[in-house]
Design a binder for this molecule. Structure first.
Ligand code: PBG
Length: 326
């Protein structure tokens, strides 16, 4: 019989050491950004029911929480504020004594080396739950830009290392860059939520952040999950406006987009492993239906393979512990 011609792919899979030699993608603790929900009040560590393992933390307990992250080698956090007071224009988002501004000062004072990323949006701070100012039922783009720039500057003044605008108004990177530069923060980078889909995967976050829109939805500003070219146009605009990092959100259902954004921007790309992606795994793991550690490491590795340099993930503490063990 004539000898068959084919490749022996299995040669490179025959032992753990061999597989390790040819592994293309690696996950490191330094890739992880941990989201924290900070609340007003004292001595609060309250569980978010829809996100097992995630808590609301008051400022007096923040230093202890950060110390746990530093011990694990996590270098960066992203702060989400849950304010006590909301109004039509989200004024607590840009108040000097706003919850995120105060939290930033607490963290930077205790741990100056911790990279603090401030999420810059209005939805947690407005009584209607939309990400901007409302005029006749519509989120007014240009008026919202003024408030966003103001929010970013107040966050930079408080010591935030990176500004992360997430409200998907057109021109938000340009407006924030101008605001930061004029206030003297030319060296503060912008991590733009460049590609953010109107996704059902944000459900648990909206419980955690109390930011569910009180009427309508976010489809006039967040993107249609069916669109790919639109994502590239969004990335193109943010690139032209001067974004330093590009977030793709959600992550898992949008790995194709992540790859394209990475290839196009050639800049640091951040996967946002969102709340719904987290809670689905947690729920299945609690039922014993999946192996939590294996599945989490697989999904985060797939995000890096798709081009992400960094990953915002609620799993960060567990992942840091698992990577340490191995
Ligand atoms: C605020 C914001 C949202 C998330 C991050 N920033 C919610 C939204 O757009 O409704 C979602 C994060 C997650 O689901 O983990 N604009």
């Amino acid at each position: 019989m004539e000898k068959l011609q084919f490749d022996r792919h299995r040669r490179l899979r025959n032992s753990a050491a061999m597989r390790s030699l040819v592994r293309e993608t690696h996950l490191h603790t330094s890739d992880l950004i941990y989201p924290l929900f900070v609340v007003e009040g004292e001595n609060i560590r309250s569980a978010v029911p829809s996100m097992p393992g995630v808590e609301h933390i008051s400022l007096d307990l923040l230093e202890e929480e950060i110390s746990g992250l530093v011990k694990r080698g996590i270098l960066s956090i992203i702060l989400f504020g849950v304010p006590a007071h909301k109004d039509a224009v989200g004024s607590q988002a840009y108040a000097t004594e706003g919850i995120v501004q105060r939290a930033t000062r607490v963290v930077k004072e205790a741990y100056p080396e911790m990279v603090v990323i401030a999420d810059t949006c209005l939805c947690q701070y407005t009584d209607h739950g939309h990400c901007g100012v409302i005029h006749e039922g519509y989120v007014d783009n240009d008026e919202t830009l003024t408030l966003l720039a103001k929010t970013a500057v107040s966050q930079a003044e408080a010591g935030a290392d990176i500004i992360a605008p997430s409200n998907m108004m057109d021109g938000f990177v340009a407006a924030i860059r101008k605001g930061l530069d004029e206030a003297g923060y030319v060296n503060t980078p912008i991590m733009s939520y460049a590609v953010k889909y109107a996704s059902s995967f944000y459900g648990p976050f909206r419980d955690a952040a109390h930011s569910t829109p009180q009427f309508g939805d976010r489809k006039t500003y967040q993107m249609d999950p069916a669109n790919r070219l639109e994502a590239l146009r969004e990335a193109e605009s943010d690139m032209a406006e001067g974004a330093d990092f590009f977030i793709v959100k959600p992550a898992l259902s949008y790995l194709d987009i992540m790859r394209e954004v990475k290839d196009f921007t050639k800049r640091p790309v951040v996967a946002y492993n969102v709340s719904g992606e987290y809670s689905m795994v947690k729920a299945a793991a609690q039922n014993g239906w999946v192996d939590e550690k294996a599945i989490v490491l697989e999904k985060l590795t797939s995000m890096k393979r798709a081009g992400a340099d960094l990953i915002i993930t609620y799993h960060a503490k567990d992942v840091a512990d698992w990577l340490q063990e191995s």
